[in-house]
Design a protein around this ligand. Structure first.
Ligand code: AMP
Length: 281
């Protein structure tokens, strides 16, 4: 039976009870509007831990665009229907006050090691400060042995790994592969806001990433990025960036030989929705 918990104090007691019995805890933080991508994280956690907790919390401090926050889907009932068959133990669905009892609007001063300067960070000021703030708070509450995040949000998991290391948090981050729709579009809660026709065509994002990977030996970084931008500049798509970065430092690369871990990251607008994706080269 799944326990749906709203109060932080109730969750803390339940976790303490479990830890006293020697149970391991896996944690999957989400903002709800769940799809198969989220559910693979949940299933992996269930396999690897005695107790799995999924949080559903739309964190206001990570939305640099308040319209995006207002439009973010809120579908708790449907989410529970998807979660129950997985056998998850606990769904934590707190109010804003439960997470930020002292007020939330201040953001945070967590050191992100300059990993938030490029890519999403350049276009969404303050976003990662809000993400780090909420993940730090959730980790303090849940104290999980393992934290599950998706590769889809490449910069996000890189920043969270940095935060875990620098704050010496005793949680292992497990990064899970990107789950895609049949046409290759990375699954996202925001895909629901695309028109049927745009959603069908949006497979072009993944085919472009794969084409870049295929030609990485024959073209310069600049050429690869230009190629990606051109290929994605076809209505209704409008690329915001196509950037090849060092996967450790998230700095822009000039030459593929400057790293052992190159990643191409993209953000594309379509139907007023911002889609992101990436592939390791
Ligand atoms: P969100 O609810 O969008 O904040 O996502 C919650 C977690 O699910 C994050 O760690 C995401 O990276 C992960 N996630 C979202 N979409 C996917 C996907 N298509 N495949 C794998 N993981 C995903």
């Amino acid at each position: 039976m799944v326990a749906v918990i709203e109060k932080t104090s109730d969750l803390v007691s339940l976790i303490q009870n479990n830890k006293q019995k020697g149970n391991t805890v896996g944690f999957v933080p989400t903002m709800g509007a769940l799809h198969k991508g989220h559910l693979t994280l949940v299933k992996k956690s269930i396999k690897e831990n005695d107790l799995t907790i999924v949080s559903i919390f739309i964190n206001p401090t990570q939305f640099n665009d308040k319209k995006d926050l207002a439009k973010y889907p809120r579908t708790l009932e449907a989410d529970l229907e998807k979660l129950i068959p997985t056998g998850v133990d606990v769904v934590f669905a707190p109010t804003i006050l439960e997470i930020y009892p002292d007020g939330d609007e201040k953001g945070s001063n967590i050191d992100l090691g300059d990993l938030d300067n490029n890519l999403e960070g350049a276009f969404r000021p303050g976003h990662f400060k809000g993400v780090a703030q909420v993940v730090k708070r959730l980790l303090e509450i849940v104290t999980p042995d393992k934290l599950y995040m998706g590769q889809k949000d490449f910069q996000q998991f890189t920043i969270i790994q940095y935060m875990i290391d620098s704050l010496k948090i005793k949680t292992n981050l497990v990064v899970c592969p990107i789950i895609r729709e049949p046409n290759g579009l990375a699954m996202s809660s925001r895909n629901e806001r695309l028109s049927h026709s745009t959603r069908e065509k949006a497979g072009i994002i993944y085919t472009t990433l794969k084409a870049i990977k295929k030609s990485k030996g024959n073209k310069t970084i600049k050429e690869l990025e230009q190629y990606g931008l051109k290929r994605l500049s076809i209505a209704p798509f409008e690329p915001e960036y196509v950037s090849i970065v060092d996967g450790h430092k998230l700095t822009l690369l000039n030459d593929m030989n400057d790293t052992d871990y190159a990643v191409v990251c993209v953000a594309v607008w379509a139907d007023g929705v911002r889609l992101i994706d990436n592939i390791i080269l």
